[in-house]
Design a protein around this ligand. Structure first.
Ligand code: ATP
Ligand code: MG
Length: 410
């Protein structure tokens, strides 16, 4: 779990502000849910035989013996909140969220135990048009961050539950005949979650899958139509994509559309955004059947990508407009008060006061690279006087009123 240090936080703000302005332009509304939920919620929604539930969740009992878990992802909590507050039945919702997620994983570059996701979830819309919208929304974020050239969109359809079940049967028959050739993980999954074998990282298993039955051939008509509508919207919007018939995603709850944005710049942790349709989940968690589609992206991976590509603007959040200090001892309280006065007049300026020793004050102030330096002194018979250094290093003395007038023209 990482600390986010002051020198890093401006990059986080940059990313989140870009995301915020994109979701605003699509009129999505924010939802915030608690960081802990009942463990049962995740078991029921994510699936008992997924990596997350089997080995990655932080679960514990609270003082009352309730089994609770730090959330490993956002979707289940949002569905829970949607049902609980009556946001879903007979309505459409377009929501976004951000926040920390927790998974007990082996930490490495791009994979941490506390990480942050930003994402969207939409409810009440079953057509391929909204699938296209959420994908286009993500593409717009890549554009505004200047990284779209470095990302690949992979899409697939998992079909209906029935179509998937009959595909899984065929897959199990094919792989059972060749079980001895499978890697250990896949052998286990053959009996627990056979679909996940498709995204095995083992080369031998992938080779074995070359001749396996293909999920696309088992799709029901409705899912086929849905998928072709999606690809035709993406084509018309000029979004490039790759159809990856082995893209199945790690969570149980998806149906029809699934997609990932991947990059080759981050090594093994190349997926920066992943999502899809999950029409069965609301009902599974006790609500009325409600279609849903969404995605989540990993902020750490996105920031790594921005860094790798040198796509972070150099001066995010760094400049200082005014540095204000006392020139002589005893005037520090006045400095605080003058600064308050300036902030009230100029709410957009970034003003910092000097609250430490005054030795070499001018040098210390210059090190901050502030556009203007103001030193306050008390001149006998005149009262509080400001000495102002402008960017040309020229200094002159002014009353506080004149200082305000001077700052308002510059
Ligand atoms: P992976 O295959 O890399 O484990 P996942 O399928 O478990 O990913 P999702 O649950 O789909 O990931 O989460 C969506 C996104 O959140 C991922 O694409 C990734 O960008 C990010 N993410 C997931 N787990 C982590 C983690 N432990 N640390 C940092 N980012 C993560
Ligand atoms: Mg994972």
């Amino acid at each position: 779990m990482n600390d986010i240090l002051p020198e890093q936080s401006s990059a986080w703000h940059y990313l989140e502000e870009k995301f915020l302005s994109v979701v605003k332009s699509y009129s999505y509304a924010e939802i915030r849910t608690p960081v802990v939920e009942s463990t049962e919620l995740f078991n029921r929604s994510i699936g008992e035989v997924t990596d997350i539930v089997e080995k990655e969740m932080y679960c514990f009992e609270d003082r009352n013996g309730e089994r609770i878990a730090l959330r490993p992802e956002g979707t289940a909590s949002i569905v829970r909140a949607g049902i609980q507050h009556g946001l879903l039945f007979n309505q459409t919702q377009r929501l976004w969220y951000r926040g920390p997620m927790f998974r007990y994983e082996k930490p490495q570059k791009g994979r941490y135990r506390q990480f942050h996701q930003i994402g969207v979830e939409t409810f009440g819309m079953g057509g391929a048009d909204i699938d296209a919208e959420v994908i286009l929304l993500s593409a717009n974020l890549w554009r505004s961050l200047g990284v779209i050239e470095h990302l690949t969109l992979e899409i697939n359809s998992l079909g209906s539950k029935e179509a998937r079940d009959s595909y899984i049967e065929a897959l199990v028959v094919y792989l059972s005949d060749r079980e001895s050739l499978l890697d250990e993980d896949s052998k286990r999954r053959l009996h627990t979650n056979p679909l996940r074998i498709l995204d095995s990282k083992e080369q031998a298993t992938q080779t074995l899958l070359d001749d396996a039955p293909c999920l696309m051939d088992y799709l029901d008509d409705d899912s086929k139509q849905h998928f072709s509508m999606l690809t035709s919207i993406l084509d018309a919007a000029n979004i490039k994509y790759v159809i990856n018939p082995r893209l199945v995603r790690g969570l149980d709850y998806y149906n029809k559309t699934v997609f990932e944005w991947t990059t080759d710049k981050l090594g093994a942790q190349g997926t920066v955004c992943a999502g899809g349709r999950y029409d069965g989940m609301v009902e599974q968690l006790g609500g009325k059947a409600t279609p849903a589609v969404g995605f989540a992206m990993g902020e750490e991976r996105l920031l790594l990508l921005l860094e790798t590509l040198d796509a972070l603007p150099a001066s995010v959040g760094e400049h200082l407009d005014v540095y204000l200090s006392a020139q002589d001892k005893g005037l520090q309280p006045q400095v605080i008060l003058v600064a308050e006065q300036l902030r009230a007049e100029f709410p957009d300026l970034k003003i910092r006061t000097h609250c430490a020793g005054l030795k070499n004050i001018l040098n210390k102030a210059r090190q901050t690279a502030a556009k203007k330096i103001v030193l306050i002194k008390d001149v006998e018979g005149v009262g509080l006087t400001a000495t102002l250094w402008d960017e040309q290093e020229v200094s002159y003395d002014l009353s506080i009123e004149k200082l305000i007038a001077e700052l308002s023209v510059n």
